[in-house]
Design a protein around this ligand. Sequence first.
Ligand SMILES: [Zn+2]
Length: 92
Amino acid sequence: MPSPRTQSPREAARTARMIRSVAPQPERQCFFCTSSHKFIDHKDAETLRRFMNFQMKIMPRRRTGLCALHQRALANAIKRARELGLLAYNLY
Ligand SMILES: [Zn+2]
């Protein structure tokens, strides 16, 4: 394998991708699948806030670790909570 200095950025990205695919991945479990929440409550602003960043944006699935079903439901619940004034649309 060539040293990183001689690798092009494209090759370096490919190498990093290969290493990542081989490295053991931490087991990710959906918060709502594992918890006792029966559904995602749009009135429970405190729980919804956990899945928003400091700019009050909805965090992506790669950050939240939720399953597709719950990520979609979460996005809807956050949008509903924003309409009700329980959560902010943005920071300012
Ligand atoms: Zn889930």
